[in-house]
Design a protein around this ligand. Structure first.
Ligand code: GDP
Length: 218
């Protein structure tokens, strides 16, 4: 199932600290979110195939900007600030949550949210709250259980099943997959998901996306 990288020409666009600074709300975008250190930057780099697109290992608490990457004129990836990090003030955390909630509710071009989770931690209270908002706002969500290279395969699939059960109750339309940014595991599946959401698959994929195979973690 060879697939060209639909993100081959992605480039950094802009950083925004308010929703008003985002690019015009047209076309289609997919947003990434996750607790600091879950591996969100590494996941973006792995999926786009660009080693240094999103910076890794940034100083916690200083990554409060929304970084926007342009795939082309009509399609974007949006890197939302890390959330739920214990070392920032409660006020700041509340501000982030407020920003996220407004973004999810208001952004018309948002096609889906990728939630990056450290598989060893599983879903945190923040994660489940966020998935609940997605469900309420009818935003599709996809969970990457990252760092699966850190667990035995049987433990990874058990973690996947557990998250699936939680999603079933919380956000039935959401999906989950095992992922390792380090080993590039799950990259093809994540790319297919994003390409589908962004409707960029037909133009950029060699094979039709209908023949997508199984969903790991299922
Ligand atoms: P972010 O804060 O969520 O953007 O996380 P980073 O991408 O900066 O990653 C945080 C740390 O986790 C870094 O030390 C990464 O090298 C490491 N990391 C990220 N993804 C993986 C993975 O799939 N496996 C392992 N073992 N480590 C990872």
């Amino acid at each position: 199932m060879a697939m060209t990288n639909p993100f081959g020409h992605i480039r950094f666009g802009l950083s925004a600290v308010t929703l008003g600074q985002l690019p015009p709300d047209t076309g289609a975008e997919v947003a990434f979110v996750g607790r600091s250190n879950a591996g969100k930057s590494s996941a973006i780099n792995a999926i786009t195939g660009r080693r240094a697109l999103a910076r890794t290992s940034k100083t916690p608490g200083r990554t409060t900007a929304i970084n926007v990457y342009f795939i082309d004129d009509e399609h974007r990836l949006v890197d939302l600030p890390g959330f739920g990090y214990a070392r920032v003030s409660q006020t700041m955390q509340r501000q982030w949550q407020h920003l996220l909630a407004r973004y999810l509710q208001a952004r018309v071009s948002l096609r889906g949210l990728v939630l990056v989770v450290d598989i060893r931690r599983g879903l945190t209270a923040h994660d489940t709250e966020l998935l609940g908002w997605c469900h309420e706002s009818q935003v599709s969500a996809h969970v990457l259980l990252n760092k699966c290279d850190k667990l035995k395969r049987s433990d990874s699939s058990a973690a996947g099943k557990q998250v699936e059960q939680t999603l079933g109750k919380l956000a039935p339309s959401a999906s989950v997959q095992l992922f390792s940014a380090l080993r590039y595991e799950g990259v093809a599946e994540a790319r297919r998901r994003l390409a589908r959401w962004l409707a960029i698959s037909a133009a950029t994929q060699k094979k039709a996306p209908a023949n997508k195979g199984r969903e790991p973690g299922a």
